[in-house]
Design a protein around this ligand. Structure first.
Ligand code: CO8
Length: 257
């Protein structure tokens, strides 16, 4: 299908989605959010795709929800139209999504990056929850996910003041996994995604599910969940292939079975 607000490409086993509303710094309007969901659905169904990279432009990953679209809403419209639930689609993706963030990731843009499985940041990246300056609070998980990533003190300061965090501070605080020179960001993100896509897809998906579980449950239940999944791996041909290849001193050939 044709997209007006994003670009969608396949790079081997990697699905690449580029937010593409340059005139609005990739602000997330309802059309873009709908297209993002459609593109993710297609990559989930495509058995050749093992990992997804979500990126924006050099200047902005996304400068937030589209303020001009939201500005005239009243409570009933905001509640009934509900831009946020369709954006949640990103956090429900079963294949991993890497956010490759350069420039601004603000408000809903920062929240979107945090819905991904990990964030690789260009040295130009700036993260923030400036909603308070607009008379609202973060609405797509900012108060919750940012707090889990960076701790209460920093999350509270950012949400209460709208202060932005640069890439170096974001790495130091645990919001991003790594900082990369801006010119190399996409290449590096695709390389990392390619590496993940080469592993056994069911194992990749169950790894993601198990790490995500740690956010939703107690340590004891999380460890029980992990152990059940670990034992279940021995039903996979890929477990046998991975361990046999190690003993044979050769590269494994995973078949996703
Ligand atoms: N929405 C709509 N348009 C935007 C947005 C936005 N979030 N951000 C930038 N734009 C537009 C500008 O209006 C401008 O358009 P025009 O040329 O027609 O005036 C164009 O993009 C370029 O922007 P600037 O001229 O402002 O560029 P600067 O380089 O001077 O400044 C900034 C860049 C600092 C990023 C600035 O644009 C800015 O502050 N933007 C708003 C950031 C913000 O407040 N974001 C939070 C939005 S609220 C939110 O995200 C709530 C989330 C709730 C859930 C989300 C569900 C989807």
């Amino acid at each position: 299908m044709g997209y007006d607000n994003i670009r969608v490409e396949k790079r081997g086993k990697v699905g690449l989605i580029t937010l593409d509303r340059p005139k609005a710094l990739n602000a997330l309007n309802s059309a873009l959010i709908g297209e993002l969901g459609t593109a993710l659905d297609a990559f989930e169904k495509d058995e050749r795709i093992g990992c997804i990279v979500l990126t924006g432009s050099e200047k902005a990953f996304a400068a937030g929800a589209d303020i001009k679209e939201m500005q005239p809403h009243d409570f009933a419209k905001a509640y009934i139209d509900d831009l946020i639930t369709p954006l949640d689609r990103v956090s429900r993706n079963r294949k991993p999504i890497i956010a490759a963030v350069a420039g601004y990731a603000l408000g809903g843009g920062c929240e979107l990056a945090m819905m991904c499985d990990f964030i690789l940041a260009a040295d130009t990246a700036k993260f923030g929850q400036p909603e308070i300056t607009l008379g609202v609070i973060p609405g797509a998980g900012g108060t919750q996910r940012l707090t889990r990533f960076v701790g209460k003190s920093k999350a509270m300061e950012m949400c209460l003041t709208g202060r932005m965090m640069d890439a170096e501070e974001a790495e130091r605080s645990g919001l991003v996994s790594r900082v990369i020179p801006a010119n190399d960001l996409l290449e590096e993100a695709l390389k990392v995604a390619d590496k993940i896509a080469d592993f056994s897809l069911p194992v990749v998906m169950m790894t993601k599910e198990s790490v995500d579980r740690s956010y939703e449950t107690t340590l004891a239940e999380g460890i029980r969940f992990e152990r059940r999944v670990f034992h279940a791996m021995f039903a996979l041909e890929d477990q046998n292939e991975g361990m046999t290849a190690f003993t044979d001193k050769r590269k494994p050939q995973f078949t996703n079975k």
